[in-house]
Write a protein that binds this ligand. Structure first.
Ligand code: URA
Length: 271
C-alpha cells in the first residue's frame, strides 16, 4: 500500500482538504519527495498561476500545476492500481459463488475493473483500472504486451520441452505464438507470453506433460514488484503508467493532454 498518512483518493469523493503538493508530485513520478520539495523551494512550481509553497495542499481535480511553465501531466479521473492477487481470489468484479473477489482488495471508489484475468488459483500481479484504453492495450494480443509467469512443475523439463514452449504449442483453439521459456532451476519454469488465451500457461504445460503445480505472474510489460506481497496493492506511479502505454506503442492519456496543451500553445503563439 502507499504511504497513507495524508493520502486521499484522487477520484470522485476525495477529501476536501487535498494532499500535500510535494507528495502529489512524487507520486506522479516527477522525482523523490526530496526532489519535489527542492523544486517547490526553487519556486519552479506554480499552482493556478501562483508560485507554490512547501506543504501547500491541493485538490488535483481542480488545480492547474505547472513545472517551469509546463503543465504536470495529470488525469486525476484515471486510477491505476497494482494488486498481488492471492490464490483463491476471483479476478472478476463480483462472484455468484460468494468467493473473495480481487476488487475487494482495493478501495471501492473510484470503481476499477481487472485488466484481464488470472485463474482462481493463479497468484501474482494484476492491474485494476478505470482506464478502458489501457485495459484494451494490455489485453489485446495485437499490442503484444508481454506477461511473465513463474511456474512450478513436479519434474524438470527437458531441453526439447522448453523448445516446444518457445516455438509454439498446438492447442484446441490454435497454435500459441513464439514465447520465451527458461528453467532457472529444476521444476521451475519462467515463461513469457504476449497472448491471452484462456488458461494458456496451464494448457501449454499440460500439452508437454508437465501440469502446473503453482502459477505466479511476475511481470506485466515493464511492471514488476517483488516487494508486493499477496493481498497488497499500490498505486502505479505516473512513470509506470507511461511505461505501460509505451509498451503498447502509445503515449499515456496524461502525456497526451500535455502534448495537446503544448501544441495548442504553439499554434496560438504562431497566429
Ligand atoms: N495462464 C493461465 O493458464 N492462467 C492464468 O491465470 C494466466 C495465464
Amino acid at each position: 500500500m502507499t504511504d497513507n498518512d495524508d493520502y486521499v483518493d484522487l477520484g470522485p469523493g476525495h477529501s476536501r482538504d487535498g494532499e500535500r503538493l510535494q507528495k502529489v508530485l512524487a507520486r506522479l513520478g516527477i522525482g523523490s519527495r526530496r526532489v519535489c520539495e527542492d523544486l517547490i523551494r526553487a519556486e519552479r512550481i506554480t499552482v493556478d498561476g501562483q508560485i507554490a509553497t512547501l506543504g501547500q495542499r491541493i485538490e488535483l481535480d481542480d488545480a492547474k500545476v505547472e513545472i517551469d511553465g509546463t503543465p504536470v501531466p495529470v488525469r486525476p479521473d484515471l486510477v491505476y492500481r497494482l494488486v498481488h492477487k492471492p490464490a483463491g481470489t476471483v479476478s472478476t468484479a463480483s462472484d455468484t459463488h460468494g468467493r473473495p473477489v480481487v476488487v475487494d482488495l482495493v478501495p471501492s471508489s473510484p470503481r476499477v475493473v481487472p485488466v484481464g484475468r488470472l485463474d482462481l488459483d493463479t497468484e501474482g500481479l494484476l492491474l485494476l483500472t478505470n482506464d478502458g484504453d489501457l485495459t484494451h492495450r494490455m489485453t489485446h494480443p495485437s499490442f503484444g504486451v508481454e506477461k511473465e509467469y513463474l511456474i512450478q512443475v513436479e519434474h524438470p523439463l527437458k531441453a526439447g520441452q522448453l523448445r516446444q514452449l518457445r516455438n509454439g504449442i498446438d492447442l484446441d483453439d490454435g497454435r500459441t505464438a513464439p514465447a520465451k521459456a527458461s528453467q532457472p532451476q529444476d521444476g521451475m519454469v519462467k515463461l513469457t507470453i504476449h497472448e491471452g488465451k484462456n488458461r494458456q500457461v496451464r494448457r501449454m504445460c499440460d500439452a508437454i506433460g508437465h501440469p502446473v503445480l503453482r502459477l505466479v505472474r511476475t511481470r506485466i510489460g515493464p511492471i514488476v514488484d517483488p516487494s508486493l506481497v499477496a493481498g497488497q496493492w499500490r498505486e502505479l506511479s505516473h512513470s509506470e503508467v507511461r511505461s505501460l502505454y509505451a509498451a503498447s506503442g502509445s503515449e499515456s492519456p496524461a502525456d497526451r493532454a500535455v502534448n495537446q496543451t503544448r501544441a495548442g500553445r504553439r499554434s496560438s503563439s504562431s497566429t
